[in-house]
Design a protein around this ligand. Sequence first.
Ligand code: FES
Length: 130
Amino acid sequence: MALYSEKVMDHFRNPRNVGVIEDADGIGEVGNARCGDIMKMYLKIKDDIIEDVKFETFGCGSAIASSSMATELIKGQPVSEAMKLTNKAVAEALDGLPDYKMHCSVLAEEAIEKALEDYFEKHPNKRKDV
Ligand code: FES
């Protein structure tokens, strides 16, 4: 069996939603101390819907594929759904990641979590709505 699924390779080679949102409503940056990789997520939120999401990463191929898939999974979704996104769901959507690469998908989950925290900090009235 190939080490990486076709979906991982596709999202690694053609990552979706790469870039920066200048007027983002929430920004989250996380890093993994062990491998040194860094991930940054930008969220544009309107009426409690994730209107746009972009990411930048200094990370490995699995981190790129995971963030690409994670952005696809939350784009257009309500904030309440984005809050529930787990790294497991990201890995499953990619048809699996090798065990030793699961932490790369955690980075994507954590970056989204942090961007949402940032959004709630900037919009304290929103927290009760979701
Ligand atoms: Fe660190 Fe993939 S090896 S995020």
